[in-house]
Design a protein around this ligand. Structure first.
Ligand code: IMP
Length: 176
């Protein structure tokens, strides 16, 4: 199965969760939308038209509840600009530190375009912890845990937003 992404962290996780995953790094223009599902479906359709091979893309983001869902669909851009420091600054002195990661996979072949969603709830830390994973992993602790995703990648690959969406894709494809 072909995963169209330039994000090495996402690719490694897909390989661990699904197994046999190859990588394509073609450029897929991203439509402007507040809906991760719409973005993923359109990107998958585009990638299939280019590659003519069954393939999937993944769109994800961190949604911080007290920031009205920011950075959400702008997670990549926010990470590259204000970074972890900027998000922690916005969270300074906030009691409600609830957040969620969402992952939407868009899968396309000759006959269908499908989306698969995964979510994980947790909290934003006061400072970064751990150096595993990528992106916002050092500042996110999933519910019922004491460790950030960056501190415990095994935990991440079991219960993350991406683990959930990728397992749904795997089931759809009939992979064991
Ligand atoms: P995109 O899906 O490539 O637009 O990027 C989403 C952005 O959200 C990534 O660049 C990361 O900054 C962030 N993100 C998505 N998934 C994760 C994750 O599993 N851990 C940490 N950050 C993530």
């Amino acid at each position: 199965m072909l995963f169209v992404t330039r994000n090495r962290g996402k690719l490694l996780e897909a390989q661990q969760i699904i197994g046999n995953v190859k990588n394509s790094t073609i450029t897929v223009p991203e439509i402007q939308s507040d809906s991760l599902t719409e973005i993923a479906a359109e990107s998958a359709k585009y990638a299939y038209e280019e590659l003519r091979e069954p393939c999937f893309v993944e769109d994800s983001g961190l949604f911080v509840h007290d920031l009205k869902g920011f950075p959400g669909p702008y997670s990549h851009y926010a990470y590259d600009t204000i970074g972890l420091k900027g998000i922690l600054k916005l969270m300074e002195d906030r009691a409600n530190r609830g957040a969620e990661f969402r992952s939407v996979i868009g899968y396309a072949n000759a006959t269908e375009v499908k989306t698969f969603i995964g979510r994980v709830y947790g909290t934003i830390t006061d400072a970064p912890h751990g150096d595993g994973g990528f992106g916002y992993d050092p500042i996110f602790i999933p519910l019922k845990s004491a460790k950030t995703f960056a501190e415990d990648l095994e935990q991440k690959n079991k219960l993350s937003h991406r683990a959930i969406s990728m397992k749904a894709l795997k089931t759809h494809l009939g992979y064991s």
